[in-house]
Design a protein around this ligand. Structure first.
Ligand code: NDP
Ligand code: GDR
Length: 373
């Protein structure tokens, strides 16, 4: 019987880590994940995969670690001897990277180097394949659209600059040492597991809360930004496929369709039967309720439910992303199963469900926690 493949996933507690772990386990892999020590539990997204470590035949194993600590990475890789490493760990919030630029460079940029060096030091260059979570943020200031594997990069944030280093060091180790090392240049992908401070999830949470009368208004930054949004479940399939090719190569993963933040908001409200329109310009732009066809929700027609708060603007913005997925379609046979409508539907439904339960608690006298957004 063929030995089962072993994968090591950094960032396993994140959105993509959780979906990828599900996928790899379903394919029979033994999955090892690196999680950071935290003062609170941080494994919500993967708790369903956890088994008592005293049970035999563990196929899902967590290791404490951090991309800023090479000793720890070397030790874990030595112990696990992975066939595949998926480097998903990162300080992944673009706006926050302006506040923590040095840490972001360390974790997102040098962290990738540490993994590549660990593979080399341990003499695993012929055994271990590595996937690097590269990003459409590399394109930054628009040079050409749609963006493909050959479009020049122009990063616009400390996050994107750190990821640019990670991109090129991955290419360099492939060329210098013949390693199977690949970049997946993934455009934005979302899901009900998306971090609460990314714009799509912030919107779907607010839509649910406004419909349920828990929140009055949603404050956002740049409503004109356009993103090529897909579903994380589709995108982790692409990560897996990228490591199963004959030759290591880099791939753009995208839907090829772009949408403004404003239109995403309209779509999300429409899911609960609320029609929202916008008036005004720039910081004075407001979103207001035009109609509500769902008798379960008591929103006032004409009320302002969306406003702009400049605190969410970025010092330098990425205005337009639209990917060209032709290469991944041709070579990987990758085609996304979700469209934007399906993604929004799933996210809004999950958040309505979540806040229905929270409202029940609130109505019974228990407070809802404050959240930074
Ligand atoms: P998340 O922010 O949901 O998850 C990031 C993960 O990285 C978490 O598990 C986090 O741990 C972990 N992490 C953060 N810092 C460190 C560190 N210093 N050492 C080890 N682990 C760390 O991101 P996503 O799942 O959305 O994204 C996965 C990867 O793909 C990231 O690298 C991101 O930059 C990249 N990417 C994401 C895209 C998207 O649209 N989602 C698009 C393109 C690229 P903890 O849970 O403890 O915080
Ligand atoms: P992004 O995602 O920066 O593209 O990075 P995010 O959802 O944070 O922003 C998308 C766009 O929406 C605009 N925006 C706001 N964004 C946030 N977070 N909060 C707001 O209130 C708000 N208002 C408007 C932003 O300005 C931006 O233009 C994500 C991350 O997952 C990265 O790790 C990944 O590499 C890229 O996607 C591809």
């Amino acid at each position: 019987m063929a030995e089962k493949k072993r994968a090591l996933v950094t960032g396993i507690t994140g959105q993509d880590g959780a979906y990828l772990a599900d996928l790899l386990l379903s394919k029979g892999y033994e999955v090892h994940g690196i999680k950071r020590r935290s003062s609170l539990f941080n494994t919500d997204r993967i708790d369903h995969l956890y088994h008592d470590p005293h049970e035999e035949d563990q196929r899902f194993v967590l290791h404490y670690g951090d991309l800023s600590d090479s000793t720890n990475l070397i030790r874990i890789i030595q112990q696990v001897q992975p066939d595949e490493i998926y480097n998903l760990g990162a300080m992944s919030h673009v706006k926050v990277s302006f506040d923590t630029p040095e840490y972001t460079a360390n974790a997102d940029g040098i962290g990738t180097l540490r993994l590549l060096e660990a593979i080399r030091i341990l003499d695993l260059t012929k055994k271990t394949k590595i996937y690097q979570a590269s990003t459409s943020e590399l394109y930054g200031l628009v040079q050409a659209v749609p963006q493909s594997e050959t479009t020049p990069f122009y990063p616009r944030s400390p996050y994107a600059v750190a990821k640019l280093y990670a991109y090129w060091i991955t290419v360099n180790y492939r060329e210098a040492y013949g390693m199977y090392a690949c970049n997946g240049i993934l455009f934005n992908h979302e899901s009900p597991l998306r971090g609460e401070t990314f714009v799509t999830r912030k919107i779907t949470r607010a839509v649910a809360k406004i419909a349920l009368n828990i929140q009055d208004k949603l404050y956002l930054g740049n409503l004109d930004a356009r993103r090529d949004w897909g579903h994380a479940k589709d995108y982790v399939e692409a990560m897996y496929l990228i490591l199963q090719q004959e030759q290591p190569e880099d791939f753009v993963i995208a839907t090829g369709i772009t949408t403004t933040v404003r239109d995403f908001i309209k779509l999300a409200f429409a899911e609960v039967g609320i029609e929202v329109d916008f008036k005004g310009e720039g910081v004075d732009e407001k979103g207001y309720v035009v109609s509500c066809s769902n008798p379960d929700y008591q929103v006032t027609i004409g009320s302002e439910v969306v406003a702009v708060d400049p605190k969410y603007f970025r010092p330098t913005e990425v205005e337009l992303l639209i990917g060209d997925p032709s290469k991944s379609k041709d070579k990987l046979g990758w085609v996304p199963k979700y469209d934007l409508q399906g993604l929004v539907k799933e996210m809004v439904a999950a958040d309505v469900d979540l806040f229905r339960r929270e409202k029940l608690l609130k109505d019974s006298g228990y407070a809802i926690k404050n959240q930074f957004e």
